[in-house]
Design a protein around this ligand. Structure first.
Ligand code: FA5
Ligand code: MG
Length: 388
């Protein structure tokens, strides 16, 4: 009877990626403190939406390939089957992520053990491909992050990395210094890509920070009444180039969030839909068709449930979201802090509002009450907070 059974169906014990077999027991070990990969994350490994026939993520990937093939006479080498299990060195050290950077924490990243992670970005493959001598490449893959729950965040999503290396003769005659030359070329390339995909769309550049690029930028697109970040990019840190045999060169790199771009392209309102196998979703997309807008098959009502508790020092929102996903799976649409106060004794209380909604059917009151009951129980047992 517990709804959690329906929310998170049973999973296979073995998956295969690029010819490599991955056993569940090697990836999910609840008793191992150096491992924080839950069942529902393991169940996504190997699904590779970017390779599934007529899937919007694959259609988008191919449209981006077309743009690069046309603009750069097919010079970009494409990878889309690199294993998502990588070393800490690949994911962080080789792209100069500082030892104390938050992205390295167990709160943000899925660790298989202290030295091995589920890649949190496709940048994990930059250094090895530069070492292999590639100067133009695209890497598409599934990436994994402990993160919040809402319509534009999901713990597994797809990125496309692009890297282009310039040799000195390319910028020397231009009058610009190497860095400005690369930055200009990068923005021109990505603006061209946006035009190729969307035609006219409202977008803006925002300056930002990444450990592996300088300067660094994000591109935002106006979607569903707000600015949505769709990609990060910048001029590659010289140290990455010199460590990988490209001392005299300059390069740019970008990482696209494919779900978010596909949401804009096809007018898909919620990121969970990409995982749907419901025919009413899957039948709406076909290879090469970029102009089609998704028609919601029906809008089911959300149901809101609040949960309040006294937090402890170790409480984090990502941990709460993991617990909620563990119980409700894709029925959890949003988890949002709606109240936060500290009393005279110094105890801090949080109230979160959880929106439950299925993309495919109406949920019954019984089912939602059962989910909420299970969430409350798990929040108390796993997060050691005191329910109010
Ligand atoms: C990165 O991952 C950098 N590696 C990108 C990069 C590559 C920068 C090369 C410079 C050079 P960021 O963490 O911002 O950056 O993620 C990139 C994109 O992934 C975001 O812009 C967003 O579109 C998407 N994204 C991030 N988190 C999520 C999520 N939880 N769900 C869906 N998409 C996400
Ligand atoms: Mg970002």
């Amino acid at each position: 009877k517990p709804s959690s059974k329906r929310a998170n169906p049973p999973i296979a014990a073995l998956v295969e990626v690029g010819g490599v077999k991955i056993a569940k027991d090697d990836v999910v070990r609840e008793s191992d403190p150096t491992n924080n990969v839950p069942d529902n994350i393991f169940s996504k490994i190997g699904l590779q939406l970017h390779r599934r026939d007529n899937h919007p993520i694959r259609i988008l990937k191919n449209a981006i390939y077309d743009y690069f093939d046309t603009s750069y006479s097919s010079k970009f080498v494409k990878f889309d089957d690199l294993c998502p299990i990588v070393s800490v060195q690949q994911n962080f050290d080789e792209v100069l992520v500082p030892a104390d950077h938050v992205s390295r924490s167990y709160n943000d990243t899925y660790y298989i053990n202290a030295d091995t992670v589920l890649r949190c970005h496709t940048s994990a493959h930059q250094a090895e491909l530069l070492r292999d001598g590639h100067s133009y490449f695209l890497v598409t893959g599934d990436v994994y992050r402990r993160d919040s729950i809402d319509s534009t965040h999901y713990p597994v999503f797809h990125q496309m990395e692009g890297v282009r290396v310039f040799s000195p003769d390319e910028w020397e005659g231009s009058g610009a210094d190497a860095t400005s030359y690369a930055a200009m070329d990068l923005k021109k390339c990505l603006e061209g890509l946006a035009r190729h995909l969307f035609g006219a769309v409202e977008m803006r550049w925002v300056d930002t920070y990444f450990p592996f690029t300088n300067p660094s930028f994000e591109l935002e697109i106006y979607f569903q009444e707000r600015w949505m970040e769709v990609l990060g990019c910048g001029v590659t840190e010289q140290e990455i180039l010199s460590r990988n045999g490209r001392n005299d060169c300059v390069a740019w790199a970008f990482g696209l969030g494919l779900e978010r771009l596909a949401m804009v392209l096809f007018d898909i309102p919620d990121i969970r839909l990409f995982w749907s196998t419901d025919q009413r979703f899957t039948s709406q997309f076909s290879e090469g068709k970029l102009g089609v807008k998704f028609k919601p098959f029906s809008k089911f009502p959300p149901c809101y449930k609040d949960v309040s508790f006294w937090i402890t020092d170790s409480f984090t929102e990502n941990n709460l979201c993991e617990v909620v996903r563990g119980i409700a799976g894709d029925l959890a649409e949003e988890v949002k802090l709606i109240d936060n106060f500290t009393n005279k004794k110094g105890m801090t209380s949080h109230c979160y509002r959880i929106a439950f909604r299925s993309m495919e059917r109406s949920l019954t009151d019984d089912e939602i009450n059962q989910l909420q009951w299970n969430v409350r129980e798990a929040v108390q047992n796993k997060l050691h907070v005191t329910l109010r």
